[in-house]
Design a protein around this ligand. Structure first.
Ligand SMILES: O=C[C@H](O)COP(=O)(O)O
Length: 329
């Protein structure tokens, strides 16, 4: 299959998408959610091989990918200085001469994603840019701190200026099939976020089965998640194409049922430009063009931007620059 459509780049017209208010917990619907692993794996296996965005459109697709990156640093040795450099990169992700030569408009990443203590420097350095700060929260990555502290952490991060909160769910609620507990937890997290948008990290690499991924996706959406996100980046297995198919189909079913569009964020281990294009093509096929915008799709990635930048430079010069020249992102 060939994706010939041009992925137009920024400026993207703002579309006022209503937030997901959630629904009551519909356990019958949850138990009906299944996932046929062999069919999903067969379909996923065909995706990278038939990636065929034509050269003329590749730069536009890569620019679109950049606009959907949550540029992330989540390390124990993060400093305000590192965050300052990351924010500089977020505001000007591609060299101006490359943008001009490839006839691409100005662009920024979708958000900068950090731990709580790095919110303040991120907010300071992004001031006036319109780029939101996302904070991982609720005892990220394991999510096993006391519940009242997880709720308090959300409040503190919102007060510090994060307008997007990436929460982690309690995996044990999924593994024991306690959907009511998962729903109640997610509902409380959503409420604690207030106006800040909430992304529910499922940590799919720890959920055991694709059926659990399908059910957890649905329960988190019923409880009001604005986005569902695959992984923290710290699990043994992070974003994969089979998991993405399951989660995107859950989002599609939820939209068919409620009319509400929930966003999708694959995260962890996505570091190559060609993988980004595969993901965008999958979003286009499974969810449609409306989801190919930063309000409904993000990559959680720390090193993807560097590879995309190298790829764009290659479009221009025919040569690949050394990876160290793009070390930051
Ligand atoms: O949410 C984002 C991830 O933590 C980033 O993972 P990565 O470092 O594998 O790109």
């Amino acid at each position: 299959m060939t994706h010939t459509a041009t992925a137009t780049t920024h400026p993207l017209p703002q579309i006022a998408e209503p937030r997901n208010p959630g629904t009551a917990l519909d356990l019958d619907r949850v138990m009906r959610a299944t996932a046929n692993r062999s069919a999903i794996e067969r379909r996923a296996a065909t995706l990278p091989g038939r990636r065929s965005v034509k050269k003329a459109h590749q730069a536009a697709w890569l620019a679109r990918a950049i606009s959907c990156i949550d540029l992330t640093t989540l390390s124990g040795d993060d400093t305000a200085g590192r965050v300052a450099r990351l924010c500089g990169k977020a505001k000007a992700p591609v060299r101006r001469d490359i943008l001009e030569a490839l006839d691409l408009p100005d662009l920024t990443v979708g958000a900068v994603c950090v731990y709580h203590d790095m919110i303040a420097p991120a907010v300071r350095h992004l001031d006036g840019s319109g780029i939101p700060v996302a904070a991982v929260s609720t005892g990220f990555p394991a999510g096993l701190s006391p519940f009242h502290l997880r709720l308090a952490e959300i409040g503190e991060s919102v007060s510090a200026g994060a307008s997007e909160i990436d929460i982690v769910i309690s995996r044990r609620h999924v593994l024991t099939g306690d959907w009511q507990a998962l729903y109640d937890e997610m509902r409380a997290f959503r409420q604690a976020c207030g106006e800040a948008h909430v992304k529910a990290i499922l940590a799919t690499g720890e959920l055991g089965t694709l059926r659990n991924v399908a059910r957890a996706s649905l329960v988190c959406m019923m409880a009001g998640a604005d986005f569902i996100k695959t992984s923290t980046g710290k699990e043994g297995v992070n974003a994969t194409l089979p998991v993405s198919l399951v989660m995107m189909r859950a989002i599609r079913d939820y939209h068919d049922w409620t009319g509400i569009r929930v966003g999708y964020k694959p995260a962890g281990g996505i570091s190559k430009a060609k993988d980004a294009i595969t993901y965008l093509a999958l979003v286009k096929e499974e969810l449609g063009d409306r989801w190919l915008r930063p309000d409904l799709f993000r990559f959680g990635a720390s090193s993807l931007l560097g590879d995309i930048e190298r790829q764009l430079e290659h479009h221009l010069t025919g040569a690949y620059s050394a990876a160290w020249r793009h070390a930051l992102a």
